[in-house]
Design a protein around this ligand. Structure first.
Ligand code: PNS
Length: 160
C-alpha cells in the first residue's frame, strides 16, 4: 500500500492545508494527516480539537484519515509503514528549512519528502497569521473552511 503523511501543527487547519491534502489524496492509497503533539507549545486549539476540524474537512476523501503523533516524525512513519512525507511549499522562504528537515529525515530513516507547491491563491496563508489577523478583528473568513472560521472566532472571543 502506498501511504503518505501530511504532518503539521494545524492550529487550525486552513484552506492552504486543505489544498495540499486534497491534491495528495489521489496520489496515494492512503494519506494520514498527522497532528504534532507539542507539549512545549500550547496552541489556540487542543490537539483533539484540531483533529476534529481536520476530520470534518477531510471526510470528503475516503482515503484520508487523521491521527496525532509525538516525538520524531520518522519514528511515526516507521511504525505506520509510511514511505513518503508530503509538505506544502508556499514560497522560496519555506524551502531552506524544509530541505534541511527532508534531508535529515531521509538520512535518519530513508523516508522521502515530496514537496508540493501550494496553489498560488493560498501561498500567503499561515495559521499563525490567520490567528493574528482574526484576533485584531480582520476578516479571515475566506482563508478557512466555514466551521473552522466559526470556531476560531468563538475561541478568540472566549480568550478576550
Ligand atoms: O505545521 P508545522 O508546525 O510547520 O509542522 C512542523 C512539523 C510538525 C512537520 C515538524 O515540526 C515535525 O516534523 N516535527 C516532529 C519532530 C521531528 O521529527 N523533528 C525533526 C525534524 S528533521
Amino acid at each position: 500500500m502506498r501511504r503518505a503523511v501530511c504532518p503539521g501543527s494545524f492550529d487550525p487547519v486552513t484552506n492552504g492545508h486543505l489544498d495540499i491534502i486534497g491534491r495528495t489524496a489521489p496520489l496515494f492509497d492512503e494519506v494520514v494527516v498527522a497532528v504534532l503533539i507539542n507539549k512545549s507549545k500550547k496552541g489556540l486549539f487542543s490537539v483533539e480539537e484540531r483533529m476534529d476540524m481536520l476530520a470534518e474537512q477531510a471526510a470528503t476523501y475516503p482515503n484520508v484519515r487523521v491521527d496525532s503523533f509525538h516525538g520524531l516524525l520518522v519514528d511515526y512513519c516507521r511504525t505506520h509503514e509510511i514511505r513518503a512525507i508530503v509538505k506544502g511549499i508556499r514560497a522560496v522562504s519555506d524551502f531552506d528549512y524544509e530541505l534541511q528537515m527532508a534531508q535529515m529525515n531521509h538520512q535518519l530513516s530513508g523516508v522521502d519528502t515530496l514537496f508540493m507547491p501550494t496553489s498560488p491563491e493560498f501561498s500567503f496563508i499561515a495559521s499563525s497569521l490567520v490567528k493574528e489577523v482574526a484576533t485584531y478583528g480582520g476578516d479571515v473568513a475566506h482563508l478557512l473552511p466555514e466551521p473552522v472560521h466559526r470556531r476560531l472566532l468563538e475561541r478568540i472571543a472566549e480568550r478576550a
